[in-house]
Design a protein. Structure first.
Length: 134
């Protein structure tokens, strides 16, 4: 497994700020999870062509702490598309002190379901129906 380069497309980049630290001075894991949820929601919403809801966070692994001043870069990739659901693989990488060494800090798989305006499950459109689809 190549740990020197991210898997997926850069979907979100944000700066870790002092307001987001835990009692140990590292960035709170819940903040990292929230950023990953935003990034995966972008990918799921684009693929579903509409509203989606997070239904599961699987195998979230915190590898290294995120520090104040790090740029958190979230890479996302579509792993599976079912009838109503999608699995999005995510990797979070930190650029240390905004410009320094790049390190993988977190990885996870988020599962989303496509929903209609009433919040009911709906089918994910086939790839052939997507803009620019085959």
């Amino acid at each position: 497994m190549d740990e020197s380069s991210p898997k997926g497309e850069l979907t979100l980049r944000t700066l870790a700020m002092p307001a987001d630290v835990n009692v140990n001075g590292d960035i709170f894991g819940g903040w990292v999870l929230a950023q990953m949820d935003i990034a995966s929601g972008i990918v799921a919403g684009q693929r579903a062509q509409g509203r989606v809801a997070t239904v599961a966070v699987d195998a979230m692994k915190f590898i290294r702490p995120v520090k104040v001043g790090d740029v958190l870069c979230i890479y996302a990739r579509l792993m599976r598309v079912g009838r109503t659901s999608m699995a999005i693989g995510l990797e979070a990488w930190a650029l240390r002190d905004r410009v320094g060494k790049r390190e993988k800090v977190t990885e996870a798989v988020f599962t989303y379901v496509a929903i209609d305006e009433a919040g009911n499950k709906r089918e994910v459109p086939p790839e052939s129906e997507l803009p620019g689809g085959a």
